[in-house]
Design a protein around this ligand. Structure first.
Ligand code: CAA
Length: 259
């Protein structure tokens, strides 16, 4: 059997590739589980400082949940399938190191939900993104209604979910759905450059930033500010904070080692 998820390392960057190109990388239960295991492994490996997620085959990032498999599910199985996807996407969102979606083509339905669970998104100018579930008589089931609302606001979230119509990469950038759009031919180089820059930053500081932004998205400003100060104090006690400040003052590049 071919691997559903390919994993390779370029220096401190783990590249995960959803590998069902003949089905435009559609997500079935086994693929969701394999992705979860791949993110667990990336989280646990101290040598990995950033993760890039993409899809195989050049045409799609991920074209959604696997409709053929989904069409055979009972209502209870459909709920479990939704929970499986939601658990994966929560796991990704709560990764202690940055995750970048390299959106190299269609990111539809569960595929856009997967991209939205990443911390940053960089898209090829040829990519198309959307939540077409309504056209199947369904709604997004992997957290799409919730994350889209938080990313782009109510008006655009309602437009995309109620019409089901995909948007091109330029509109996705205007909406704040992706961070950056680059020519398709430059996507890999631009993404790897971004991921390498992230991987060179202090891991414990990035972990605290990921936590603080996550907590801040869920609570009021006072609790968020208190959390930020506590994290600031904690990170201040790390070797990497000493190294970062000393390197600045010594006019040299810092070398962080996750302590
Ligand atoms: N599930 C299962 N198979 C899929 C798929 C999906 N989401 N998307 C594409 N495929 C399969 C096609 O069935 C086809 O397989 P065969 O060659 O065996 O017939 C193969 O991938 C290639 O696809 P197309 O021939 O359709 O390629 P195209 O270039 O004509 O169209 C496309 C590309 C516009 C992306 C079209 O494939 C499409 O609309 N896909 C479905 C998109 C979609 O509706 N996604 C939402 C799924 S529901 C969901 O995600 C629910 C949730 O939130 C939990």
């Amino acid at each position: 059997m071919t691997d559903l998820i390919l994993a390779s390392d370029r220096d401190a960057v783990r590249i995960l590739t959803v590998n069902r190109p003949d089905k435009l990388n559609a997500l079935d239960g086994a693929t969701l589980q394999a992705l979860h295991a791949a993110f667990d492994a990336a989280a646990d490996d101290d040598a990995v400082r950033a993760v890039v997620l993409t899809g195989a085959g050049g045409k799609a990032f991920v074209a959604g949940a696997d409709i053929a498999r989904m069409s055979t599910l009972s209502a209870v199985e459909a709920r479990d399938f939704s929970l499986l996807g939601q658990r994966l996407m929560r796991r990704m969102e709560r990764m202690p190191k940055p995750v970048v979606a390299m959106v190299n083509g269609y990111a539809l339905g569960g595929g856009l939900e997967l991209a939205m669970a990443c911390h940053l998104r960089i898209a090829a100018d040829s990519a198309r993104l959307g939540l077409p579930e309504v056209t199947l008589g369904l709604l997004p089931g992997f957290g799409g209604t919730q994350r889209l609302l938080r990313l782009v606001g109510r008006a655009a979230a309602l437009e995309l979910t109620l019409t089901g119509a995909p948007v091109d990469a330029a509109r996705a950038r205007d909406l704040g759905l992706v961070n950056r759009v680059v020519p398709a031919a430059d996507l890999e180089a631009a993404t790897m450059e971004l991921a390498a820059a992230l991987a060179a930053n202090a891991p414990l500081a990035m972990r605290a930033i990921l936590d603080a932004i996550h907590v801040g998205g869920e609570c009021g400003i006072d609790d968020g500010l208190e959390y930020e100060s506590a994290q600031f104090g904690l990170v201040f006690s790390t070797d990497d904070a000493r190294e970062g400040m000393a390197a600045f003052l010594g006019r040299r590049k810092p070398a962080f080692n996750n302590r």
